[in-house]
Design a protein around this ligand. Structure first.
Ligand code: CS2
Ligand code: MG
Length: 402
């Protein structure tokens, strides 16, 4: 089965998404997510100018060889742009192969290891009271696991808190919005949030929190200790992970489960974290970590060290990534949890899909392939709109992690 064409589709139904569509001489097509929030056009060019010309005429069934070609064949390997482009090709080829076999993708991976995929939703509020009410709304919607993020007194903005309670979208503006950050204020406030939540909802609901790369290792250790009594499902991105060794300090001081890795794009970003068991969940994704072929390798490596997969699933990862992720999630023996930040109806109309939510879980559905399509006519109605993630400065103006 030869690849005859590959097109890069950019659409913005409320936010930008990049999709690669591969066509074959058998008439089968497959799609892959290529969205990199705030750097979408870099991936568009990488695909259109440097990848697509090399795909035409290749055998679409040779997924591994094409992955190796795009990885080893690129001298300047790894990095988010490169690995997002590789991921889009890989996901589209897995979609095609499963369609050719008339099977849902999870069957090609080894079949289901569970009947449904545990997900977590995002409750947020300007203050503890509003956040607590939002957690209640997610409990009523059937969620078994809920991430809670609240505004911090004295700070005008913080990660994870938005005016739109269901569809959190941090990217906006043609230049990055500048937020002010203060870690001591944050460290004092977050334990109060979880004290309130545990008193109101008890311990049966899983609670999660995202520190979003802001604390130093010492501050992260202190935060983890202060949250131990609230028994979080996980504390995410508790300190930047470029220095994987930094997590050893955190790990020595707290038993709060640690999750990291939504920004990882290859196994080399997390091999030390995994082999030294410095984390409990790795957050790498189909769209940013080289596709199903590479994420499967990361997850298998993690399984040797009892580390589980808890993939990123924010609105800025398209339904195509979500669909593919669910097929991996339902097969993977060391699956932990899947983030499920819902897409708007506008987005879902552009990306019709087979996956469905019920009672706190997602199922990928049983359509051949990964079960997600793109309505190209509708997609064309939403032109690209520049939008950037915010940046953070400390109160004295020092640049900080957003
Ligand atoms: C966050 C994301 O969902 C998460 O865990 O870290 O919202 C992240 O900020 C965005 O995906 C960045 O584009
Ligand atoms: Mg996160």
């Amino acid at each position: 089965m030869k690849i005859t064409n590959a097109k890069v589709i950019v659409t913005c139904p409320g936010r930008n998404f990049v999709t690669l569509k591969i066509e074959t001489d058998d008439g089968l097509t497959g799609i892959g997510d290529a969205t990199l929030n705030g750097r979408e056009l870099a991936v568009v060019s990488y695909l259109r100018d440097h990848v697509v010309p090399c795909l035409i005429g290749r055998d679409a069934h040779r997924i591994e060889d094409i992955w190796q070609y795009l990885y080893r064949g690129c001298y300047w390997r790894r990095g988010p742009v490169t690995m997002t482009a590789v991921a889009a090709v890989d996901t589209a080829l897995w979609d095609i192969k499963a369609k050719a076999a008339s099977m849902p993708l999870y069957q090609l991976l080894g079949g289901r290891s569970r009947d449904r995929v545990l997900v977590y939703g995002h409750a947020n509020g300007r203050d503890i009271e509003e956040t607590s009410d939002e957690v209640g709304r997610y409990v009523e919607m059937g969620y078994k696991a809920i991430r809670a993020q609240t505004g911090i007194p004295g700070l005008s903005a913080t990660y994870g808190v938005s005016s739109d309670k269901m569809y959190y979208e941090p990217a906006n503006g043609t230049v990055p919005e500048e937020n002010v950050w203060d870690t001591p204020k944050y460290l004092r406030h977050v334990p109060q949030l979880f004290d309130t939540l545990r008193k109101r909802y008890g311990f049966d609901v899983h609670l999660l929190h995202d520190a979003h790369h802001r604390p130093t290792p010492q501050e992260a250790a202190s935060l983890g200790k202060s949250l131990e009594e609230y028994r979080l499902f996980w504390l995410e991105d508790v300190t930047p992970a470029e220095n994987q060794e930094a997590f050893r300090l955190v790990r020595q001081h707290t038993t709060t489960p640690l999750a990291v890795g939504e920004v990882f794009n290859s196994i080399w970003d997390c091999n030390q974290l995994i082999q030294n068991q410095l984390i409990d969940y790795v957050r790498a994704t189909v769209v940013h970590a080289g596709g199903i072929t590479h994420l499967r390798r990361i997850a298998d490596y993690a399984s040797l060290y009892q580390v589980r997969l808890g993939s990123h699933g924010a609105t800025d990862l398209s339904p195509v990534c979500m669909g593919a992720a669910l097929h991996l999630d339902i097969w993977l023996p060391n699956f932990g949890i899947q983030e499920y930040m819902r897409h708007t109806e506008e987005t879902d109309t552009v990306f019709p899909h087979a996956y469905s939510f019920s009672d706190g879980y997602l199922h990928p559905g049983d359509a051949p392939g990964h079960g997600v399509e793109i309505d190209e006519t509708l997609a064309a109605k939403y032109p690209y709109k520049p939008a950037y993630l915010p940046i953070n400065r400390l109160e004295d103006g020092t640049m900080w992690n957003w």
